[in-house]
Write a protein that binds this ligand. Structure first.
Ligand SMILES: NC(=O)c1ccc[n+]([C@@H]2O[C@H](COP(=O)([O-])OP(=O)(O)OC[C@H]3O[C@@H](n4cnc5c(N)ncnc54)[C@H](OP(=O)(O)O)[C@@H]3O)[C@@H](O)[C@H]2O)c1
Length: 343
């Protein structure tokens, strides 16, 4: 088997560290893993497969001779360095929002649109975490009974914001329990013992950018330009695992039995649905798992062709690093990503 020279840009972050774990757990065929971050982390040491690796600053030089570069260091870093890495011959799989809606750049969830990987020109975009878990669960149903409308409300964990937000929730929780009033730094308001219906910036249409990403990205991934979607994205004081309450309207009536049958056979999905024993997906238990969990499947009492479900996944794994590694694996399997990259 060919081995690849791999770089993780943002290796010291929440997603970057998950990348390291996932490459190890999946025995990714890497002959070298280069760990890159900002100059602040230069010289830090992290373990990959029991080898201690020194973190380097992300520069044009450190991105040379790389076959596959996983980027998770924010949109600004991706905008600057992803084209440099691609130009130097790497295939970039980018976790940021920098290129997701560029028409010529594929936006991929391997369970939904793996064939789009084949048209990459050096950069492939990894979707937003909330979008990924929703399309994994909905696409198998959409294929047999096209979806006309989705209304989704999310309950998103603080790891979705990064390492600093995890520290903030931890510190604020202690402060509140000690009777103190926390001062927010990362979020506009206290996140401990609270929920915030604001993720990313507000747009002129009243939605937030996070909500709009779910609309635009889902349409692009599912190749469904006319799909009507409305999202409300909410940050909750959960460390890991995004949850979503989703109302779906189909073209034709669909029974909950058929939905369960389709989802039980679909790749990457695990149905957990037995109200008699309070069995349903929870972020607590989904954290650390690779699957997208679906439960609370029921007919929408307000719509004949409607269905309601509850979707949960680990936002750092399927919502970020795992999906990106699966893109690389699929690209390698189909011959669209090669050692030597585009060099
Ligand atoms: N967390 C999620 O659920 C999730 C899901 C999907 C996508 N993403 C995306 O993944 C990216 C990272 O998220 P995260 O949660 O891992 O954030 P994080 O924990 O804050 O980590 C940020 C990483 O970026 C690096 N970095 C910052 N500035 C840099 C620079 N100028 N040059 C090179 N590296 C730099 C940091 O290095 P230092 O340690 O040296 O500062 C760190 O490794 C973001 O684009 C985010 O939108 C996150």
């Amino acid at each position: 088997m060919t081995d690849y020279s791999v770089a993780i840009v943002g290796a010291t972050g929440m997603v970057g560290r998950e990348f390291i774990k996932i490459l190890e757990q999946r025995n990714f065929p890497a002959e070298e893993v280069r760990l890159l971050a900002s100059d602040r982390s230069s010289g830090k040491k992290l373990f990959v497969n029991h080898d201690e690796i020194v973190v380097e600053e992300t520069t044009a030089e450190s991105l040379k001779d790389i076959d596959i570069a996983f980027f998770s260091a924010g949109a600004e870093v991706s905008h600057h360095f992803a084209p440099i890495a691609a130009q130097a011959g790497a295939v970039v799989i980018d976790n940021s929002s920098a290129f997701r809606m560029e028409p010529e750049i594929p936006l991929v969830v391997p369970e939904v649109n793996p064939e789009d990987i084949g048209r990459h020109k050096g950069i492939i975009a990894n979707p937003n975490c909330s979008t990924i878990q929703m399309v994994v669960a909905l696409y198998p149903l959409h294929k047999v009974n096209p979806i006309k409308r989705i209304v989704v409300s999310t309950y998103q964990a603080v790891t979705g914001t990064g390492a600093a937000a995890v520290d903030e929730l931890t510190a604020q929780t202690k402060q509140v329990l000690d009777g103190q009033t926390p001062v927010p730094h990362i979020y506009p308001h206290q996140i401990a013992f609270n929920v915030l219906p604001e993720i990313d910036v507000f747009m002129d249409n009243g939605y937030t950018k996070e909500e709009w990403k779910m609309v635009e990205e889902s349409r692009k991934i599912m190749h469904a330009d006319d799909l009507a979607i409305s999202a409300t994205c909410v940050r909750v004081p959960v460390f890991t695992g995004h949850s979503e309450a989703v109302n779906v309207e189909f073209t034709d009536i669909i029974s909950t039995d058929e939905v369960e049958r389709i989802l039980s056979k679909a790749p990457g999905i695990r149905v957990l649905d037995d109200p008699t024993i309070s069995l349903y997906p929870q972020p607590w238990s989904a954290a650390g798992s690779d699957e997208v969990f679906v439960g609370r499947i029921r007919q929408d009492a307000s719509s004949l062709r409607g269905l309601v479900m509850w979707i949960v996944a680990d936002n750092l794994r399927k919502g970020a690093a795992l999906n990106a590694v699966q893109i690389a694996e699929e690209g390698i399997k189909r011959g669209w990503i090669n050692a030597g990259g585009l060099r």
